[in-house]
Ligand binder design. Structure first.
Ligand code: COA
Length: 216
């Protein structure tokens, strides 16, 4: 069901204003996210830098959509890699973002990242199949302002890209870390792929599910 209060738009140029508005949504939406907490060692400064690095990378290499809701100009933000693009496929995605974040991180956290990344990649490949993530619309981040969640904004952000993907004959995929998010994605038409994997982390252990809109 479409909701006329919700409008979705692709944002191609990020002014400071757009960056601040997107950051405000994601900062609030991801406040208690176990994955972001784990990968930043629970450090609030790194938390902020991590979220900013995702925005920088996806605005340079992917597609970022804003949802407005009634008079709330930026109520939700989703960031995707379209088919053929993937996180980190050009050095410019990480410049001023992940590169600096990684360089400045605590050695123990850095060691953890280097151990985690290949395991995470292996989980996704085993769940989806070789090359499937690259061939799909990959959802990197999605967040809706907590005060106005459960009003269909998250679904509208996903459906917008699903329509594009359907027209291209492509599927959507995502990795996510909480059962609540899994429920949301199932509601949006995703299916769980492969087993949930538990990852150990010095700050917070977390789970990871892989989902896609392709039926088995
Ligand atoms: C996930 C998120 C984007 C969903 O946005 P939303 O605007 O609330 O989603 P919708 O209103 O379209 O919800 C659609 C349906 O998904 C399910 N759902 C969404 N949030 C849920 C929750 N917290 N608990 C259980 N089910 C939920 C419900 O079935 C819901 O329908 P209902 O509200 O009629 O029951 C939002 O909760 C969010 O920003 N979460 C924090 C950030 C995050 O975890 N992002 C995903 C990480 S990969």
């Amino acid at each position: 069901m479409s909701n006329s209060k919700i409008q979705i738009r692709l944002v191609e140029t990020f002014t400071d204003n757009e960056t601040q508005k997107a950051m405000d949504v994601w900062r609030k939406a991801y406040k208690d996210d176990p994955f972001v907490r784990a990968v930043t060692g629970g450090d609030p400064e790194l938390y902020e830098k991590f979220i900013h690095s995702v925005l920088l990378a996806t605005s340079r290499g992917g597609k970022v959509y804003f949802a407005s809701y009634a008079d709330v100009e930026v109520a939700g933000v989703s960031a995707w890699y379209p088919p053929g693009r993937i996180f980190g496929d050009t050095p410019e995605q990480s410049k001023g973002g992940f590169d600096e974040l990684f360089e400045g991180a605590d050695p123990e956290l850095k060691k953890w990242w280097l151990d985690y990344i290949p395991k995470f990649d292996a989980q996704t490949t085993a769940a989806l199949g070789e090359g499937v993530k690259l061939a799909s619309w990959h959802l990197m981040f999605i967040g809706v302002l907590p005060d106005i969640q459960h009003r269909g904004i998250g679904t509208a952000l996903v459906n917008h890209v699903k329509q594009i993907a359907d027209a291209e004959g492509k599927v959507l995929c995502v990795e996510t870390g909480t059962e609540v998010d899994v429920k949301f994605y199932e509601y949006c038409g995703f299916f769980i792929k492969g087993p949930v994997v538990e990852y150990e982390n010095p700050t917070q252990n977390f789970s990871m599910w892989v989902l896609s809109t392709e039926k088995d």
